[in-house]
Design a protein around this ligand. Structure first.
Ligand SMILES: CC(C)(COP(=O)(O)OP(=O)(O)OC[C@H]1O[C@@H](n2cnc3c(N)ncnc32)[C@H](O)[C@@H]1OP(=O)(O)O)[C@@H](O)C(=O)NCCC(=O)NCCS
Length: 163
């Protein structure tokens, strides 16, 4: 597995896993019926932000991450990032490798911290992975997310300083 910067041509290969994860509605606060173009506008970021793909040994895209300043102006020194691993490829270390990548990117770019704004409490794999990469749950918005089968669940803001 290799992680490389995504090109515009990679969106066609990211789209199937992006659509599956967004349509499931369990982990992202995006509209579940996003179109191909809407998804591309959200996910494919230009420098100085960045979108990467994780590709397996056959060159297949198995995951993607985007990384960017969390806010602008006076809060632009805090980074954020988002992750999607193909459900069929989950549990093989792709998410951890992408997490390590975005932290290395943020450090190299001089960010002073990384913030995740909306980690769904019931997404235990993601919560545990981010904690193991150094993130702390700063607070939890009670009933901040409506899960399609679990109903209202908490929404974590997670953070780690990088300096
Ligand atoms: C969350 C996500 C990015 C994790 O990616 P992944 O490739 O499955 O993660 P990894 O294989 O690196 O595993 C991460 C950890 O989860 C653990 N894990 C694996 N399968 C698990 C499961 N079924 N339940 C709970 N934890 C699990 C692993 O033990 C691993 O920990 P380790 O590295 O200490 O062994 C991925 O599942 C995903 O894209 N999910 C849908 C979208 C999403 O939730 N994005 C993040 C929003 S905050």
């Amino acid at each position: 597995m290799k992680i490389r910067v995504a090109t515009a041509e990679d969106w066609a290969a990211i789209w199937p896993l992006f659509r599956e994860i967004v349509a499931a509605g369990e982990t992202y606060s995006y509209p579940r019926d996003l179109t191909y173009e809407q998804g591309r506008d959200i996910w494919m970021l230009d420098a100085p932000s960045r979108t990467v793909v994780a590709v397996d040994t056959e060159g297949e895209v198995v995951g993607s991450a985007k990384m960017n300043p969390n806010f602008a102006g006076g809060a632009a020194h805090i980074a954020s990032a988002s992750f999607m691993v193909a459900p069929a490829a989950a549990g093989n270390g792709v998410g951890r490798a992408l997490g390590e990548y975005v932290l290395a990117w943020a450090r190299a770019e001089g960010y002073r911290g990384m913030q995740f704004n909306a980690v769904v409490e019931s997404n235990s794999r993601a919560v545990r992975l981010w904690q193991s990469l150094g993130f702390t749950i700063m607070t939890t918005i009670p009933e901040g997310f409506r899960h399609p089968t679990k109903g209202y669940v908490g929404l974590h803001i997670m953070y780690q300083p990088l300096h």
